[in-house]
Design a protein. Structure first.
Length: 527
């Protein structure tokens, strides 16, 4: 077995409990690159959890300003090492250096760390609530236990287990993180963990506040989630993997926040198609193929009414797919999964409208492809035709009027997003309202007149949705301070003397924190 890179456990880079090793791949060439990395065994998990449990007790007592200082220092380090991080991520994912990694994803990564720092500094995530008549006071507080974060394959920086939103949220709530990096980008994760560890030391947080394992055997992921020392788990990835981990966490009562699969239905109404059908075809194609379609908000299902405008839209979209060059997927597994999803569409009666699927050349390449089925066909096999094809592939459903569009909407599983394209002249308004009423309980984010691909890092963002798109409809994995509350516990105090209350619940409010006092939001002291 080849010598493997060290893991970050209990404040030190140390030799791993190696049960196997692996290397990253360049997906554009399908060849192994870089160093050998360890698949950690049970002893590494035990050491990490024991250290994180001790750190959790210490972090509860750390003042908010020092947590914020760590997050800001880490963000500064990421920006200072941007070129190196972008090069590593590009080598391991084949994502474009510009604009994807350098201009969008890396700035987003440091920006969300800074947003988490601001929320920690302001106590915005704690929602302090005071009822002077009953003597009751409550707020969101640290779990007092470590958080475990599983990173996905498609965002090597902004959703990385040791740098992304789940990581930032858990730390902002004063919980240590055990990060399980994604094996597709170990060198990127290693460098991020080095920068995070340096920031931990510089800001004098407990040494085990940030720990990282590159990979674990399949059986140890669930074992990690069902360990009662864990306070919460953050996961972004496939439905199959997420549900396996969720079952394990549920056995032990560990909170599990998973962002899983979604086909993000888009409904194009007749007036919108008549106004700007050609533009919508290009917008749809661009969204579907962005990043080789490897986004959890990719428009995987498009519902189009029959008629001249619908025919023109499909012809224009199919032409775009026909002329598209193959893109590089992240791995052999991603390529296999998109092919399997399309095979299920075919078995359920869908046919190819545009694009080619196959691709020549080295690496894990796949050509964008567009499939179609009529509304009646979709309603005969809705489960199979909602299979996620994670890549540059989408399914068009042709419907006979608003009645069949509504029937399709009723047959949908829960999704992260649902989109309506509506005419500017108001001709689609009634139909849009009826569709919105059906979509609203089935999607986390209801969108009008733009594709779902972008996910802004905003306090108002909902990047989650009803099960099974996410594990809990009430939470988001993007957007501070709401994302932080996943890694928090609601603590109540009943007539506890002022001196023994947390700072944000005391009578005096020298920091000017916004608090709900007797039903009124105020920054004033309690009289």
């Amino acid at each position: 077995m080849k010598a493997a890179q060290p893991v970050l456990i209990d404040g030190d880079w140390r030799a791993a409990d190696v049960v196997d090793t692996f290397r990253a791949e360049d997906p554009a060439r399908a060849v192994a690159i870089g160093a050998h990395y360890p698949v950690s065994g049970a002893r590494d998990l035990e050491r990490a959890l024991a250290a994180a449990s001790s750190a959790a007790e210490a972090l509860v007592q750390v003042p908010a300003w020092r947590i914020a200082a760590f997050l800001d220092a880490y963000a500064d380090a990421i920006d200072a090492n941007a070129a190196e991080l972008v090069d590593l991520a590009h080598a391991e994912t084949a994502l474009p250096v510009s604009p994807r990694l350098a201009d969008n994803e890396l700035p987003r990564t440091s920006n969300q760390l800074r947003q988490a720092a601001a929320a920690a500094r302001s106590y915005a995530w704690t929602l302090p609530t005071i009822d002077t008549k009953t003597g009751l006071r409550s707020h969101f507080a640290p779990l007092g236990k470590p958080a475990v974060v599983f990173g996905p394959n498609n965002f090597p920086l902004a959703f990385n287990a040791v740098a992304g939103s789940d990581f930032a949220s858990a730390i902002a709530a004063r919980n240590p993180v055990v990060a399980k990096a994604h094996p597709l980008h170990p060198a990127t994760s290693q460098r991020l963990a080095e920068l995070a560890h340096e920031a931990v030391l510089a800001t004098e947080l407990p040494a085990a506040s940030v720990q990282m394992l590159y990979h674990v055997p399949e059986a140890l992921g669930p074992a990690l989630c069902r360990d009662r020392r864990v306070g919460a788990v953050g996961f972004t990835g496939s439905r199959g993997g997420g549900l396996a981990l969720k079952r394990a966490a549920d056995e032990a009562g560990v909170a599990f926040y998973g962002e899983m699969s979604s086909i993000n239905p888009v409904f194009l109404l007749p007036g919108a198609l008549g106004e700007r059908g050609a533009a919508l075809a290009l917008e749809f194609f661009t969204s579907c193929t962005l990043g080789s379609g490897q986004f959890c908000t990719n428009p995987g299902l498009v519902v189009v009414p029959r008629g001249e405008a619908g025919d023109a839209f499909i012809a224009a979209a199919a032409a775009h797919f026909d002329g598209a060059a193959p893109g590089v997927l992240f791995s052999r597994g991603v390529l296999k999964n998109v092919q399997s999803g399309i095979a299920r569409w075919r078995e359920a009666g869908a046919t190819r409208l545009g694009g080619s699927e196959g691709a020549d050349g080295a690496g894990y390449r796949f050509a964008p492809v567009l499939f179609g089925v009529d509304g009646a066909g979709f309603l005969r096999a809705p489960a199979a035709l909602q299979s996620e094809a994670f890549g540059p592939a989408s399914l068009v459903v042709r419907c006979d009027g608003i009645g069949e569009m509504l029937a399709v909407a009723h047959a949908l599983e829960a999704n992260l997003t649902g989109t309506l394209y509506v005419a500017a002249d108001g001709s689609d308004d009634e139909a849009a309202s009826r569709l919105a009423n059906v979509l609203r309980p089935r999607v986390g984010r209801l969108i009008e007149n733009h594709m779902p691909t972008g996910v802004a890092v905003s306090p108002a963002m909902q990047h989650g949705g009803p099960y099974p798109s996410a594990s809990h409809a009430g939470f988001t994995s993007v957007g501070m301070p709401a994302a932080i509350r996943r890694f928090a516990a609601l603590h109540g105090y009943d007539r506890v003397p002022d001196a023994r209350l947390p700072p944000e619940l005391r009578d005096r409010n020298p920091g000017g924190i916004a608090r709900l006092v007797d039903g009124v939001w105020t920054t004033a002291d309690v009289l």
